[in-house]
Design a protein. Structure first.
Length: 150
């Protein structure tokens, strides 16, 4: 091994080391919180390297309250909120690889799916749909997502 290193010019070794440090450091330099507000217990999103983790989004109005009791309206609002976080992080909706949809009533799933199919990009990301006892703010739906830049 010593002979191999002695055959390479010292400048090549220094350049290779610098490129390695730059490549590994770049992933860490991108880590950032999206829509974090001091005093809040979470960020709406978090970028770690080339991956974005989107916190559960319900799609509240400008006052932070969930509006409309219709699952279609709430689904549209939640997807719009996910899209907002995705775009603020510099990602695209087509970067989504996994989505978890939380609903309070399984009877709402067919109506939710109609909106979801129209508004989520193809190919659709992997998805789990989970029934929960309740959501904050009397929401009927909350969507959490993971995106990876390709």
């Amino acid at each position: 091994m010593k002979k191999l290193y002695s055959l390479l010019p010292k400048r090549s070794l220094v350049l290779a080391g610098a490129l390695t440090l730059a490549a590994t450091g770049a992933a860490f330099a991108q880590n950032k919180a999206i829509d974090f507000k001091p005093g809040m217990p979470f960020s709406n999103g978090f970028v770690a390297g080339n991956t974005l983790y989107v916190a559960g989004q319900q799609g509240p109005d400008a006052n932070g309250k969930v509006t409309g009791t219709d699952i279609s309206f709430q689904t549209h609002s939640a997807i719009a909120a996910v899209q907002s976080v995705v775009e603020k992080a510099g990602f695209k909706m087509s970067d989504l690889v996994s989505v978890t949809v939380y609903v309070t009533d399984l009877a709402d799933v067919p109506a939710m799916n109609k909106v979801y199919i129209k508004e989520m990009p193809d190919p659709k990301p992997a998805r789990a749909t989970v029934k929960v006892a309740g959501l904050i703010g009397d929401a009927k739906i909350e969507i959490q997502a993971i995106a990876v830049k390709h």
